[in-house]
Write a protein that binds this ligand. Structure first.
Ligand code: OSB
Ligand code: MG
Length: 367
């Protein structure tokens, strides 16, 4: 691929309501978009890093700097296919969210040149996938019940509750009592430590699908210990950074379900490799989310069409996060969303909307 231009765009997009997790409250998303122009085809990538390094060590301005300083010069030096990108950047350590966003833009443009969709490229045969909704820590249990009820009425059949030490057993109990048939899971985003294991075991009575990332991303021993004692399957998110790490953590007994987020693992191609490893080991996977715009949402829907994605993904309808998105709308019908069918990742970018959210941009041109 001969890339003639790379544009990095920053957008400030307000969320429909604040989203609170154990690591903080978000009221807007500081989106970094990567736009490449190659052989006349524009490709879009979305970076999932947040403005502050609370979920992982990456952050938006760092990603922007990394891409413009280290990645783009290499793209202009050598003509790379998206399938060669990760290997070509492997000596540059970490920065997986930054790398993923560039690989994504290359892939989108490359698929457009071939005239095929990402789902076709992956040989996905589903045309819709089951999805769930991730619900932030609420002001009160009553407020949480009302919120869950609202999503259930919109057709969601799987709900994930964000938890933390002061907001875990009681809210989970309340939701389980109120919605006995709901597919329910919880996500702690690393808020607990090994001494909290006895406390976490109290969640076992609520028939959860899984508990996501209860302890620190580096606390492998803690997760192994918990997984041995807990009936609820332990599912790692933050700790899973590649297919080889996924394989090791499964074999060590630290995780028995895997959350796959393409941004966290360096891109959609590595995400597919994690899917493949987990399928071989009979470990169920599901697609995580990072409050994506329609660009990332479209791509995640196609990925979640792969056969090993046997649990609903954190891929909610557009209206869960945005009043006005920068792409076509994705709508939940009976707990499912249809895969995009357009070429590339299938996001139809509304340039006018995009520009209305843009706070700055930088265009780098092939020398
Ligand atoms: O841990 O899964 C997470 C959002 C931002 C950062 C981390 C996480 C999340 C979510 C929301 O849970 C998933 C989504 O709906 O996009
Ligand atoms: Mg998570």
């Amino acid at each position: 691929m001969k890339i003639s231009e790379v544009t990095l765009r920053r957008l400030s997009m307000p969320l429909v309501k604040p989203f609170r997790t154990s690591f903080g409250t978000q009221t807007q998303r500081d989106v970094l978009l990567v736009e490449v122009l190659a052989d006349g085809n524009i490709g879009y990538g979305e970076c999932v890093a947040m403005s502050v390094p609370l979920y992982s060590e990456e952050y938006v301005i760092g990603a922007q700097d990394f891409i413009s300083r280290f990645i783009v010069p290499r793209l202009f030096q050598k003509e790379l296919e998206p399938t060669e990108f990760a290997e070509e950047m492997a000596d540059l350590l970490g920065n997986r969210m930054a790398k993923a966003s560039v690989e994504m833009a290359l892939m989108d443009s490359w698929l457009k040149a071939k005239g095929i969709s990402f789902a076709d490229y992956l040989r996905v045969d589903r045309d819709r996938v089951p999805v769930g909704v991730s619900i932030g820590i609420a002001e009160s249990i009553d407020a949480l019940v009302a919120e869950v009820n609202d999503y259930v009425e919109q057709g969601y059949t799987r709900v994930k509750l964000k938890i933390e030490p002061e907001f875990d057993i009681a809210p989970t109990k309340a939701i389980r009592n109120e919605f006995p048939d709901l597919q329910l899971q919880v996500d702690a985003n690393q808020a607990y430590r090994a001494p909290d294991i006895d406390h976490l075991l109290r969640l076992d009575e609520f028939e959860l699908l899984l508990i996501e990332q209860p302890m620190s991303e580096s606390d492998i021993a803690g997760h192994i210990k918990l997984a041995k004692l807990m009936q609820t399957p332990v599912c790692l998110d933050e700790s899973i950074t590649s297919a080889s790490v996924a394989k090791d953590l499964i074999e060590l007994g630290a995780t028995s379900v895997v959350n796959i987020k393409p941004g966290r693992v360096g891109g959609y191609l590595e995400a597919v490799r994690i899917h493949d490893v987990c399928q071989k080991l009979s470990v169920p996977v599901w697609c995580g989310g990072m409050l994506e715009t329609g660009i990332g949402r479209a791509a995640n829907l196609a990925l979640a069409g792969l056969p090993g994605f046997s649990l609903p993904g954190d891929i909610s309808g557009t209206n869960r996060y945005w009043n006005r998105d920068i792409t076509q709308e994705f709508v939940v019908v009976d707990g499912e969303i249809e895969l995009p069918t357009g070429i590339g990742f299938g996001a139809e970018v509304d340039t006018e909307m995009l520009l209305s959210y843009q706070t700055e941009y930088l265009t780098l041109t092939r020398p």
